[in-house]
Write a protein that binds this ligand. Structure first.
Ligand code: AQP
Length: 325
């Protein structure tokens, strides 16, 4: 069975972009693949974060993954820093990764602008740690949103460079995109992102969800209710595609283009469908919040299983490098 690896940062509330761009697809993939999912806490420390809240954020992130359906009977879920071999392999990969490749990464450039006061080595090395996360499990596929495709490409290059210098050890993993690989934020401009704050959170209360949805930017050329819109230019329609049936999509598409329906009508339909899909997930999440010991047990067991795989890969790596062990 082919193996899949993917990760999510504990940098804040998990949002609709994370869900339809990644997590929902991860749940589907557990049916056909041996899946490993990771809360990547070492990636999250590349930017400023509140240390006193960090453990809680890590557990909440794992809790949401489980509530979405990534249960221990279907896959492994663990916390990155609990399997120390990831950082050991990162050092080795650093020695085969060209600096020029890291400098041209879009995320590095964006985050460097966002965090001018702390452009640290970790921010630049982020994709190398990601390559180690993936390759330490010899994963063949990496289901991600569009923003991470460039990093998966770099991971392939790291694997190639390692293999050509030290011998064939790693596969070249491929990115797998979901049906909604890029969801914009409620501003309709930037990618929906935890740190940009332009998101709708999976566990937000319904009133706040609706307030954000109601005021979210649609097709900017549709100024008045009577103007005809273009769904292809509307981020709300992109989200609709992830949550609504074909017939609803056809009706919304036609209604928008003819101005038979307004943006609020369209958003109300979406909100109904959002609530019906997210309702059970939210219920499970709220019930897991009363039993965080269960979540901790899941990630501890996940880490123990993953450590065994990671240690075995590192034995091969050390031998390929000719290290004294
Ligand atoms: N807006 C998005 N649309 C589609 N997919 C998305 N993903 C994130 N945002 C969108 C995918 O979700 C997975 C987990 O992402 P992450 O938490 O590791 O990091 P990220 O991509 O940097 O997400 P954020 O919310 O933007 O986090 P911050 O603000 O902390 O940087 C990934 O597969 C990602 O592609």
């Amino acid at each position: 069975m082919k193996r899949i690896f993917s990760g999510i940062q504990p940098t804040g509330e998990i949002h609709l972009g994370n869900y339809v761009g990644a997590i929902r697809n991860w749940v589907e993939l557990t049916k056909d693949y041996d899946c490993i999912f990771c809360v990547v806490d070492y990636h999250a420390i590349t930017v400023e974060y509140p240390t006193d809240e960090f453990k809680k954020r890590v557990i909440e992130t794992a809790l949401i993954l489980i509530a979405c359906g990534l249960t221990p009977d279907k896959c492994k879920v663990f916390v990155q820093s609990n399997v120390r071999e990831h950082t050991e392999l990162t050092w080795i990969f650093n020695c085969v990764t060209p600096i020029g490749e890291l400098e041209r990464m879009t995320q590095f450039k964006d985050k460097s602008k966002q965090h001018r006061a702390n452009i640290n080595m970790g921010l630049m090395d982020y994709p190398v740690l990601q390559a180690a996360d993936i390759l330490i499990y010899k994963a063949g596929f990496v289901p991600v949103g569009e923003d991470q495709v460039q990093h998966v490409e770099l991971c392939r290059e790291v694997a190639r460079k390692f293999n050509s210098r030290f011998g064939e050890l790693f596969p070249e993993p491929k990115a797998l995109l979901s049906i909604a690989p890029k969801i914009l934020g409620v501003d309709g401009a930037a990618k929906m992102s935890k740190t940009l704050g332009n998101y709708i959170g999976l566990l937000e209360d319904e009133k706040s969800m609706w307030d954000k949805l109601r005021t979210a930017v649609t097709d900017v050329n549709r100024v008045r209710r009577t103007d005809k819109g273009n769904p292809e230019l509307c981020n709300i329609f992109t989200i609709h595609k992830a949550f609504s049936e074909n017939q609803t999509l056809l009706n919304v598409d036609r209604g928008c283009r003819t101005a038979d329906i307004g943006c609020i009508d369209c958003k109300k339909l979406l909100f109904t469908n959002l609530k019906s899909e997210l309702g059970p997930i939210r219920e499970r999440a709220f019930s897991l919040m009363k039993d965080t010991d269960y979540v901790i047990d899941v990630v501890r067991k996940g880490a123990s299983d993953c450590s065994a795989i990671a240690q075995s890969t590192m034995t091969e790596v050390r031998s390929a490098l000719g290290l004294f062990t």
